[in-house]
Design a protein around this ligand. Structure first.
Ligand code: AMP
Ligand code: ZN
Ligand code: ZN
Length: 422
């Protein structure tokens, strides 16, 4: 039987009842009150490629990988931040959970565009994230940033000012994302939550770091400054481990990335306005892939210009996207998807200056898009896992929290059978 938050709550209640008096013949087992059940901490290091562990600058992360489980994890398509963070906490692929891109349109809301600051539940309501499941089951949660953690999932925002939200659920404690809250403050925030009295202490927590992704974009994955960002995050992971040890707080850590990072150059640009006549199309997103609409009357011309064998990219009607990408049925996906070869990017106009850097969003099977996965703690046996899809993280989290298996999800967590302690 795993020592889950639900079991811990029951045991603590029994001990407190015994301490409170009543017909107790033996002395109350005080030590049992102080024994802390493991909490689950989900850590996201945005844009952390698994091979960053081989740079010799990650003693803490590499130590956790050696003591626990590690694998290169396949992100879902598109290998972008919001779609993948939502997959990790819902067990559904973007085509089903509805966060199909970092920037989206929805035919049901023709006057709106979803961006990474959109917190209207309308965009997020197709799936409950793990913290909502946990709270419903009586497991207290706290999030130090995670896409969607500031959203009242399941709620409704009124159309008229001041647009109050009715219903919906958030983590019991959460923080509004702000890049200027530094990594040390984020770690200390998690530790402070765990310092609370048991009554109001969370059993499931998240913490999110953006600095490795930012360095990867600015300098490219191979640049020493990206390695420096990796080294810096590793120190913060070390601080988290030291803080947990000081608190006597056992933890199952699930450390993930949302996607990897590949080198880019302005020399590898596919210019949409040179492929298609002005006024014949509209792009919702550009970059490693482009989501396009042909404007009325231009459908045949746009398809003729884009479809078939092309250098460095491939375009499909949304209904004909290869099945392995699991992408193309959601109404938020534009009618045409163009996917570039890794390292190439779509842009509206030719670049005005030479620039090298990094990006992600390409085919989720590309090795450069692979994401970090490390799991360590009392629930895990040491070992290596084969590469697996990130839809399986959600069932793992449910298991760690003592929640029953969820039906109808894309992930089943079978990859973790045999590597967990009983
Ligand atoms: P991407 O464009 O896919 O590389 O997205 C990474 C960026 O997403 C980060 O640099 C942050 O600025 C942003 N981001 C991450 N988490 C959140 C959040 N919870 N809310 C708003 N923006 C976020
Ligand atoms: Zn990301
Ligand atoms: Zn990024």
């Amino acid at each position: 039987m795993r020592w889950t938050p639900k079991l811990a709550a029951a045991a603590l209640a029994a001990v407190l009842q015994a301490c409170a008096g009543g017909p107790v013949s033996a002395p109350a087992p005080i030590a049992a009150v102080e024994t802390k059940a493991p909490v689950t901490i989900l850590v996201s290091i945005d844009g952390f490629r698994p091979d960053y562990l081989e740079r010799g600058v990650t003693p803490n992360l590499s130590g956790l990988a050696a003591k626990g489980l590690a694998a290169p994890m396949r992100p879902s398509f598109p290998s972008k931040t919001f779609p993948n963070h939502w997959t990790l906490v819902t067990g559904l692929r973007p085509d089903r959970h509805g966060i199909t891109a970092n920037k989206m349109e929805d035919p049901a809301r023709p006057d709106e565009t979803f961006t990474m600051s959109t917190d209207d539940p309308f965009w997020w309501n197709a799936a409950d994230p793990i913290w909502v499941d946990a709270e419903k089951a009586g497991v207290r949660t706290a999030t130090m940033f995670w896409p969607g953690s500031n959203v009242a999932v399941g709620g409704e925002r009124a159309k008229d000012w001041p647009n109050p939200i009715t219903g919906g659920a958030r983590p019991r404690d959460w923080a509004q994302f702000n890049m200027i809250i530094d990594n040390g403050q984020r770690v200390n925030g998690v530790l402070d939550w765990l310092r609370r009295p048991a009554r109001i202490r969370p059993a499931f927590l998240t913490v999110y770091f953006d600095t490795v992704d930012t360095a990867g974009h600015d300098f490219g994955p191979g640049d020493p400054r990206t390695t420096q960002a990796v080294a810096d995050i590793d120190k913060h992971i070390g601080d988290l481990l030291a803080g947990l040890a000081e608190l006597g707080q056992p933890a199952n850590l699930v450390i993930v990335a949302d996607h990897g990072m590949a080198a880019t150059s302005s020399d590898r640009t596919i210019v949409l306005s040179q492929l298609l006549p002005a006024g014949s199309y509209r792009s919702v997103e550009t970059g490693p892939y482009a989501g396009l609409f042909a404007l009325p009357g231009h459908e045949a011309g746009v398809e003729k210009a884009l479809f078939g064998e092309r250098s460095h990219y491939h375009c499909w009607r949304k209904s004909e996207i290869p099945a392995r990408l699991h992408y193309g049925s959601h109404p938020r996906i534009p009618p045409i998807l163009c996917l570039a070869e890794v390292g190439w990017q779509f842009a509206e106009k030719p670049p005005t200056a030479r620039k090298e850097g990094g990006n992600h969003g390409w085919d989720n099977a590309a090795p450069e898009m692979a994401a970090l996965f490390i799991a360590s703690g009392p629930a895990f046996r040491p070992g290596k896992l084969p590469a697996f899809d990130n839809v399986h993280v959600y069932p793992l989290l449910r298991d760690l929290l003592g929640l029953p298996v969820a039906r109808g999800k894309d992930g089943d967590g079978a990859v973790f059978k045999g590597v967990m302690t009983p």
